[in-house]
Design a protein around this ligand. Structure first.
Ligand SMILES: Cc1ncc(C[n+]2csc(CCOP(=O)(O)OP(=O)(O)O)c2C)c(N)n1
Length: 324
């Protein structure tokens, strides 16, 4: 079905907002005010934006260490995210977590974890809980190609197929797990693309830099999950344009071919979608300028809020501890 201009603009705005937030974090990171490692999502914006566009507030997501895009796309508050990166008490995790532990239960973001692959069984359990409560809610799980190396993915997908769970597995294959390329770790296409019975598992492998392609597959997967027809596995092929963690200067040089980075920069999902929408007449330069100004103002306000917010107190150290 053809997308409306409104849907296209919504996708574009979501992607642009995530990109500009990431760029501001990157440019300010060396000031050392953000006392947290950061794993930037630049280059992957189309995936979180398009998948979350198919979800309701009461649907759940689980994500990983590279979670800023998922958090924002699922409706997370930018001020609370920036305060978390500044480790302030007003942060979305009260300043206890930092960038890798964003959470926003009100919008169904059940949490993010630094344990690679850790969100996959948790998101699967979330799907089981929705099914047992007879709710038509969906659990989407975002993870990288490194996490797809972990055995927990295969256990989880098997269980979800067995129980027909409402889970959408979203593999963001960005080419690298730290300094290790996907091609040296995966023998071929992911096994789920080969021979999985489509009745039990809907699978798709697509261009993760194309928000409309991601949206189309995600809509199908979410509708299937909501109808009680079981899980889906969507592999989005994309690229991590910046380094694994931190800002550009902190990425060790030499492990990636600069030509590879350049080729993917030229395929930037935000620029490509902007060009497409301008050419289609869906976006105008005036509307674009307005979007940029609104987003810049929102980011300024969020950084200001984070800087002005109080640090947790010494007494807060005793909260959230488990002891027998
Ligand atoms: C269980 C576990 N093993 C190893 C690590 C160290 N580690 C952190 S991120 C990462 C790479 C993850 O790659 P991928 O899943 O492809 O996500 P990406 O960083 O590319 O987004 C590794 C190995 C970890 N945090 N947890």
């Amino acid at each position: 079905m053809a997308l409306t201009s409104e849907t296209k603009l919504k996708l574009f705005r979501g992607m642009l907002r995530i990109r500009r937030v990431q760029e501001r974090i990157e440019s300010e990171y060396m000031k050392d005010e953000m006392k947290t490692p950061v794993h930037l999502y630049i280059g992957q914006e189309a995936i979180a934006t398009a998948v979350c566009a198919c979800l309701r507030d009461d649907d759940a997501i689980n994500s990983n260490h590279r979670s800023h895009g998922h958090y924002l796309a699922k409706g997370g508050d930018l001020k609370a995210m920036m305060a978390e990166l500044f480790c302030k008490s007003t942060g979305c995790s009260g300043g206890y977590g930092g960038s890798m532990h964003l959470v926003d239960v009100a919008h169904g973001n059940m949490g993010t974890s630094a344990i690679v692959g850790g969100g996959i069984p948790i998101g699967t359990g979330q799907g089981l809980a929705f099914q047992m409560q007879r709710l038509d809610r969906v659990s989407a799980v975002f993870f990288g190609d490194g996490a797809a190396d972990e055995g927990t993915l295969y256990e989880s997908v098997n269980f979800a197929m067995l129980k027909k769970l409402p889970v959408v597995y979203v593999l963001e294959n960005n080419g690298w797990a730290v300094c290790s390329p996907t091609a040296t770790r995966h023998c071929a296409d992911n096994v789920f693309h080969k021979g999985a019975d489509p009745e039990l598992l809907f699978t798709a492998k697509l261009d993760g830099n194309d928000p409309e392609a991601v949206l189309e597959a995600a809509q199908k997967a979410v509708a299937r999950a909501r109808a009680g027809q079981g899980p889906s596995f969507i592999e989005c092929v994309t690229y991590r344009i910046l380094g694994h963690a931190g800002c550009w200067q902190q990425d060790p040089k030499g492990y990636r071919d600069p030509e590879e980075i350049k080729a993917w920069q030229e395929r930037c999902p935000v620029c490509a979608y902007q060009r497409k929408l301008l050419a289609e007449g869906v976006l105008s330069t005036e509307v674009l300028a307005g979007l940029e100004a609104d987003i810049a103002a929102e980011i300024d306000a969020a950084f200001e809020f984070a800087r002005q917010s109080p640090l947790p107190t010494a007494d807060d150290l005793h909260n959230h501890l488990f002891c027998e």
